[in-house]
Design a protein around this ligand. Structure first.
Ligand code: SF4
Ligand code: F3S
Ligand code: FES
Length: 236
């Protein structure tokens, strides 16, 4: 067990208009996750502490936050990776609703603009069979299927901080997932959205998004591939 201090940026508009910091001393095992510590603070020290979490295992993407200055999932961040003082803040560039909870509605509104669902007028194969593709065709967009919509990427992007109208890397990852799917016929519609003023050209290859992604998705490369499809008019 080690002594750990959690410094948490707090905000409650019903209590006071400005944010403040709360500090919490805990004994922690190196194998505990930051989510475990937050739960202990909430359950044992301050029941008003507010944060999102659900699966606890890196799947739902709900507990994204800024931990020691980097966007991470609290459930995937071990105490052993951090020092004795751990600083926790809400994601940057998004409106804070309360404590570590940010307003994700604009993030999901941007996500919806790229039509993140299968589009095809081709009739499905008979007898309930699947639409087939080769292993190579499946591999073409495999990386971007891993996204859990945690927003760590978008909230780490300097272009997004400069203009929250930028659709952001997460939306482009979702567009990529369908644009390069050989079974999908909506690439043109998605590329139109991606090519607009607040689309991919806002990306200046800062790479923060790729470094922040808890799923290890090569986001900057995916954005580059969407840019290339737009520039060449070819999806390949
Ligand atoms: Fe999160 Fe990665 Fe998806 Fe961005 S691309 S929303 S960082 S999982
Ligand atoms: Fe932003 Fe990632 Fe591009 S951090 S500028 S979207 S490479
Ligand atoms: Fe679901 Fe962390 S609680 S990803």
């Amino acid at each position: 067990m080690a002594k750990v201090t959690l410094k948490i940026k707090r905000f409650d508009p019903q209590r006071e208009p400005a944010s403040w910091w709360s500090e919490h001393a805990l004994e922690a095992e190196p194998t505990e996750r930051v989510l475990d510590l937050l739960n202990r603070v909430k359950w044992e020290q301050d029941g008003t502490l507010s944060f999102r979490r659900s699966c606890g295992h890196g799947i739902c993407g709900s507990d994204s936050m800024r931990i020691d200055g980097a966007n991470r999932l609290a459930c995937k961040t071990l105490v052993s990776e951090l020092g004795s003082t751990i600083t926790i803040e809400p994601l940057l560039g998004m409106r804070v609703q309360r404590d570590l909870i940010v307003d994700l509605e604009p993030f999901f509104a941007a996500y919806r603009t790229v039509k993140p669902y299968f589009i095809s007028d081709a009739p499905p194969p008979p007898d309930g069979r699947e639409r087939l593709q080769t292993p190579a065709q499946r591999l073409r967009f495999d990386d971007t299927t891993k996204c859990i919509l945690c927003a760590c990427c978008t909230a780490s992007c300097p272009s997004f901080w400069a203009s929250s109208e930028y659709i952001g890397p997460a939306s482009i990852v979702q567009a990529h997932r369908f644009i390069f799917d050989s079974r999908d016929e909506g690439a043109g519609e998605r590329l139109q959205v991606a090519g607009e003023t607040m689309g991919v050209w806002r990306c200046h290859t800062a790479f923060n998004c790729t470094l922040a992604c808890p799923r290890g998705i090569n986001i900057t490369q995916a954005i580059g591939e969407v840019k290339r499809a737009l520039a060449t008019g070819r999806v390949e």
